[in-house]
Design a protein around this ligand. Structure first.
Ligand SMILES: Cc1cc2nc3c(=O)[nH]c(=O)nc-3n(C[C@H](O)[C@H](O)[C@H](O)COP(=O)(O)OP(=O)(O)OC[C@H]3O[C@@H](n4cnc5c(N)ncnc54)[C@H](O)[C@@H]3O)c2cc1C
Length: 414
């Protein structure tokens, strides 16, 4: 893979940026592959990259019905953290954060990771006690987590209204957490996978499977029929649609999760602030926009819009905590479809179909998991055996009741 360098930047700047090579190829779909991954979001692309780079498998296609990173990977609010309650989740998400910490260098593409901290607020004594308990559990998991006093919080976020309807009584922060640039993550993995010869086929929808003797014998796509030794699903909010075509069900609820950004302003919010009680989280993007998110719509839907009442709730919650933003104009609002599992832990690993693997059920928090998701799924597909970090994330947990309840680990309740 050709590296970016200061010399290429200068050379291209002087020629009006007209001579850059395409970052990835536009290959034609071939009839057969060793591995086909459905979904060119962060997870599908990262899985292809690690399969090629770590396991030496290069005859791979990543198929997407739309564009690279055009699903939830390009629609999320970029929060990247690993402060999870259960040891299995903390180990997995911290592996992800560690991969994120070196990703720009590893992939030679700036993913703009900004470890500005993620601060979660407490607004009652009871909430503060639970946050303390969570912060302790997170520390025991080996992940950084610090309880903060109201004075420390005010110093970190001077614009915060400490005496809102629900006053700020404290909070906890993961300082290594932060945000990164979501499109760059998708593009970086796409470019790196392409350099290993992975075919990324855009505008190619998988419509069905030919199943023979409990194995996928062929895939029906909008660009024709193909075959593959192994197939993996990484389609976020459309997982249950895909698994239904393969003949089995997954316990997920698909809902719209929305986000929005204001017009850009000068830097004034240099951490990510979340409040479950007031129900919002906000950060400032590298472009200066205030990025705002909250809970998912409370009904199932595949409409990537998000309901108006929730939009209104999100904005009022922001203004309650950060009233200085009341004069800002809202620039854009959008939504993505998220598949939420009963325990809000993802579903990863093997499936009842012998050569079909799954990475789904990411709900509202799979962006931060992209590097670890790709790494562990690549291992699982290459070895036909779950990676040790995701052994507990398989579909079997719903049969035996070994749920990993991370419901309270989101920045806000979902
Ligand atoms: C508004 C919003 C805010 C969020 N905020 C955060 C956050 O701050 N932090 C965080 O960690 N997570 C967040 N998330 C969740 C995160 O975005 C997702 O969990 C993550 O991006 C999932 O990545 P993916 O690669 O699995 O899916 P996607 O990026 O959605 O990729 C799946 C791809 O599959 C393709 N596809 C679907 N069906 C087919 C088919 N039949 N054939 C071919 N291709 C198909 C789609 O076109 C899509 O490109 C948020 C999500 C939303 C919607």
């Amino acid at each position: 893979m050709k590296g970016y360098s200061v010399f290429s930047l200068v050379r291209n700047a002087f020629s009006g940026h007209r001579h850059w090579n395409p970052v990835w190829r536009t290959p034609k779909l071939r009839k057969s592959y060793d591995i086909v991954i459905i979904g060119a979001g962060g997870h599908g692309l990262a899985t292809a990259y690690y399969l090629a780079s770590k396991h030496g498998i290069r005859n791979i296609a990543v198929l997407d019905k739309g564009l690279i990173g055009g699903g939830n990977t390009g629609r999320n609010t970029q929060v990247t953290r690993s402060n999870y309650f259960w040891p299995q989740s903390a180990a997995f998400f911290d592996h992800s954060l560690k991969l994120y910490e070196n990703l720009s260098r590893d992939l030679n593409f700036n993913v703009m990771l900004s470890q500005r901290g993620v601060l979660t607020l407490a607004h009652s004594h009871h909430e503060l006690e639970s946050l303390r308990q969570r912060a302790n559990a997170i520390q025991i998991n080996g992940v950084d987590s610090e309880v903060m006093t109201p004075a420390e919080i005010k110093k970190l976020v001077p614009l915060l209204n400490m005496s809102a309807r629900h006053p700020v009584l404290g909070g906890f922060i993961q300082r290594r957490a932060g945000i990164s640039r979501h499109d760059a993550v998708a593009w970086a993995y796409a470019r790196a996978a392409d350099a290993y010869g992975v075919d990324i086929i855009q505008q190619c929808e998988v419509e069905g499977f030919d199943i023979n003797d409990g194995r996928i014998a062929g895939l029906q796509t909008t660009q024709g029929k193909i075959s593959a030794d192994k197939v993996s699903i990484a389609v976020a909010g459309h997982t249950s649609i895909m698994t239904a075509k393969a003949g089995f069900r997954v316990p997920v609820t698909s809902m719209a999760l929305q986000a929005m950004v204001s017009e850009p302003i000068k830097p004034c919010l240099d951490t990510m602030v979340a409040s479950s009680a007031i129900h919002m989280y906000a950060s400032q993007s590298d472009r200066g926009e205030i990025v705002l998110g909250a809970g998912a719509d409370v009904y199932t839907s595949y409409a990537q819009r998000g309901g108006i009442p929730l939009l209104e709730e999100n904005v009022s919650a922001l203004l309650e905590l950060l009233p200085a933003f009341s004069r800002l104009k809202l620039n854009r609002q959008w939504a993505g479809i998220v598949d939420i599992t009963p325990d809000t832990t993802p579903i990863m690993g093997k499936t009842p179909v012998k050569n079909l693997y799954i990475s789904g059920g990411w709900g509202t928090g799979g962006y931060k998991a992209i590097p670890a998701g790709g790494d562990t799924m690549a291992y699982t597909i290459a070895n036909d055996n779950a990676h040790p970090l995701i052994e507990d994330f398989g579909l079997e947990r719903f049969e035996i009741g070994a749920l990993i309840d991370e419901g309270s680990s989101s920045g806000v309740a979902h």
